[in-house]
Design a binder for this molecule. Structure first.
Ligand code: SF4
Length: 357
């Protein structure tokens, strides 16, 4: 058996079982022999496992969660027999459920998504929703209207989050500025917010942006870089204009390329997100687009297999495309394979099933 408390985190090993939790007692990971459970901050539990050489992710049903959580804290209790200082971390399912609800109250609702490398960042909502909100494949923010938050709302949220993560803030690896397009707000307001947050946390900033509404603004990326912006994640989806039309993404690829260059010239890294599962032409043109960007250390390319929902199913059918996990994974491997030889940056999967905060 092994246990350590370090930098806001607690790590425990009991035989093959690996546990990690933060110093506010929130379960993070629970790895058993053949599967791992990741708890999102909103209290969903995602089961990850490898079956037939493929990674599979599944969000547990409500009724499945208490059993996993009980086993987790039972193991924490077991470890506390040898390491008595761990006793204070022993909790139960109700505790975690109330932590999830508490966080939802602070944010005023669920946080639908973050990039996969940002699960361990502190999410600070500085704007609500998406200013475009009309892409045919995306239902992430359909339930809310776009609205930049006011400084006093952000200050209140920040204070509440600091209290919420009072023992584990040091385990956070950055600040993710929510929601879908934090860089789209008025430049002066954004800079003022970053100055305030920089004083409060001194951690790097990360945010999503689109490459069609934001390029029209006069965002000063050099200033954002100087204030601590580390990486901006941009949904490119496809290098094929016909697919972009189907996705109702009003993006001009040349404008997007210039926009990415502008961000990179300011010294900010990019995380480019493309989709897979739309056929050969899509694979070819998307690979060409990604190949046309100059990358540097700290940039990432994400490939997100297509996922249907409601209306998007009809749109795909009308375009002769069907959601097929096998094809999406094959295309993911093709895009990744053709990029990998030339690129020295990570090219990784972005699974919507796993991307919850
Ligand atoms: S721009 Fe992004 S968040 Fe907004 S609708 Fe399109 S995919 Fe969704």
């Amino acid at each position: 058996m092994f246990a350590e408390e370090t930098n806001g985190l607690v790590k425990i090993e009991i035989g093959e079982r690996r546990l990690s939790l933060n110093m506010d007692s929130d379960m993070i990971y629970y790895s058993l022999a053949d599967r791992t459970y990741r708890r999102t901050r909103m209290n969903d539990i995602i089961e990850l496992r490898y079956a037939n050489g493929k990674r599979e992710a599944r969000v547990l049903e409500e009724h499945e969660k208490p059993g996993i959580v009980s086993a987790f804290y039972h193991d924490v209790e077991l470890a506390s027999l040898q390491y008595p200082e761990l006793k204070k971390y022993v909790k139960d399912y109700n505790f975690l459920a109330s932590r999830g609800n508490g966080l939802r109250r602070i944010y005023g609702g669920r946080i639908p998504i973050v990039p996969p490398d940002r699960y361990f960042s502190l999410y600070i909502k500085i704007s609500e929703g998406c200013p475009w909100n009309r892409c045919s494949f995306c239902n992430l923010y359909k339930d809310r209207k776009y609205m930049p938050l006011k400084m006093d709302q952000i200050k209140k949220e920040t204070e509440e989050l600091k209290a919420f993560f009072r023992n584990s803030m040091m385990a956070m690896n950055g600040i993710f500025l929510g929601d879908a397009n934090a860089t789209s707000m008025n430049s002066h307001d954004l800079e003022e917010i970053l100055m305030y947050l920089k004083e409060e946390f001194s951690m790097p900033f990360y945010a999503f942006s689109d490459a069609f509404t934001t390029p029209l603004k006069n965002t000063d990326f050099q200033k954002l870089h100087d204030l601590g912006m580390k990486r901006i994640y941009i949904g490119i989806e496809s290098g094929n204009p016909d697919i972009l039309r189907m996705l109702n993404k009003k993006m001009d690829l040349d404008v997007a390329r210039d926009f990415i260059g502008k961000i990179r010239d300011a010294g900010i890294n990019v995380g480019l997100i493309v989709m897979s599962g739309f056929g050969e032409e899509h694979v070819k043109s998307t690979t060409n687009f990604l190949d046309s960007i100059e990358y540097s250390r700290g940039d990432i390319v994400y490939i997100s297999p297509v996922k249907e929902y409601g209306n998007f199913h009809e749109i795909l059918l009308n375009n002769g495309i069907q959601e097929d996990k096998g094809i999406a994974i094959k295309e993911y491997e093709e895009i990744r394979g053709s990029l990998r030889s030339g690129l020295k940056i990570p090219v990784v999967v972005y699974s919507l099933d796993e991307a919850m905060y």
